[in-house]
Design a binder for this molecule. Structure first.
Ligand code: EPU
Length: 346
């Protein structure tokens, strides 16, 4: 480990093991890594005579990544802390540092009496990573509760505030996966939680939980508890089996293709979209191809949810990718549908 001369400057760590910095638990090392705990830390890197120009890799909670090799660029490990609740009249504005854990933010807002994030409880990863792929669950996406964020542009060194429109949120997508990928570091995120709270109970699994509990008017805390229970039953705990959540996006197909697929496979789980297109359940497609429980080396398809790939202990990134490609090929051959991976492959 090497320390820089200035006392306030962050430390550049060398040859860092990244196995515990990615929720898949895949082996990889960073040649150099610097922990970013404040805007000043990031400015120090950007203005540094050597590091300023070096190529960089931005790492958050590592919950949506597949490492297939060691990282040569300087890794910026974003650990900016801070939670703040601001009274904005008809809404609460929650401002959170990019390094905070998303689930802890959700629980903290509920404790503060600011509901609205409960459907997104237990999503792994950090606050700064949440807008990158517009996380979502049980009928609510980050974009539905988004106010703005502050990001530092690694080229210009300027901090810019981006609103919802500027982030170009899509289904598991945003400007940070597109033209700002790798060049913009999110420092803090602001969420807007209207005080006139409305529960979101449209999702089938939540309706079932509500019926089973016999609760007519659940509060946000109750909904968070249901979401947590549903996720625990369906999704593997990364502490037990490394994983990156859903490995594939639910594919969106045209009306004509949807009709054609349903005619061939009447049992297919699908959700009509307002524009006439149709979202197909990737988990169902993969399950129908018989993948549940199958493995390539240490990488496997989770037994309880075919949409999730897991590390059974000693998986390597290349095995995860080989398995993912075999799944994509079989879904394409049987249904004519292209599955797109959700995590970023490095
Ligand atoms: N299904 C099967 N077999 C399987 C898996 C699923 O038949 O092995 C069927 C289910 O029975 C269900 C349908 O496929 O009818 C959809 O499955 P599920 O509800 O489990 O998953 P999903 O709704 O497609 C999405 C998100 C999740 C999010 C949940 C809840 C994507 C890619 N995944 O899953 O997000 O938690 O909805 O809103 O959009 C994530 O992105 O990491 C993630 C976990």
């Amino acid at each position: 480990m090497e320390t820089t001369s200035s006392q306030s400057a962050p430390t550049i760590e060398q040859d860092v093991d990244l196995r515990h910095c990615n929720s898949f638990g895949l082996p990889a090392r960073a040649r150099r890594l610097v922990r970013i705990r404040s805007e000043a830390d990031l400015r120090w890197v950007v203005n540094h005579p050597d590091w300023g120009r070096a190529s960089k890799f931005i790492l958050g909670g590592g919950s949506n990544l597949v490492f297939t090799r060691d990282l040569q660029p300087l890794v910026l490990k974003v650990e900016v802390p801070g939670l703040r609740l601001i009274d904005a009249g008809d809404a609460w504005i929650v401002e959170a540092g990019a390094g905070e854990r998303w689930h802890e933010l959700v629980m903290w807002t509920l404790e503060q009496g600011a509901p609205g994030l409960e459907n997104m409880a237990l999503i792994p990863g950090t606050v700064g990573a949440a807008p990158v792929q517009n996380i979502g669950a049980y009928g609510v996406e980050l974009k539905d509760r988004f106010d703005s964020l502050d990001t530092l542009d690694l080229m210009s060194g300027r901090v810019v505030r981006l609103d919802r429109e500027a982030c170009h949120f899509g289904y598991r997508d945003s400007v940070f996966k597109q033209h700002l990928a790798g060049r913009s570091v999110i420092l803090r995120v602001r969420l807007r939680l209207p005080k006139a709270w409305q529960p979101e109970l449209g999702y089938l699994d939540l309706q079932k939980a509500q019926e089973a509990a016999g609760v007519k008017e659940p509060d946000a805390r109750q909904i968070a508890d249901w979401v947590i229970a549903i996720r625990r039953a369906k999704l593997p705990d990364p502490a037990q089996f490394g994983n990156a959540g859903s490995f594939f996006k639910n594919p969106i197909v045209s009306e004509a293709q949807c009709r054609e697929v349903i005619a061939r496979e009447p049992g297919i789980v699908h959700y009509p979209l307002p524009d006439g297109r149709c979202k197909l359940a990737a988990g169902w497609l993969i399950d129908a191809c018989g993948w549940k429980g199958k493995s390539v080396g240490g990488a496997g398809v989770y037994e309880k949810q075919a949409l999730v790939l897991v590390n059974r202990g000693d998986a390597r990134g290349a095995e995860v990718i080989t398995l993912a490609q075999a799944i994509q090929a079989s879904v394409l051959a049987r249904f004519g549908v292209v599955l797109e991976a959700e995590p970023v492959v490095v």
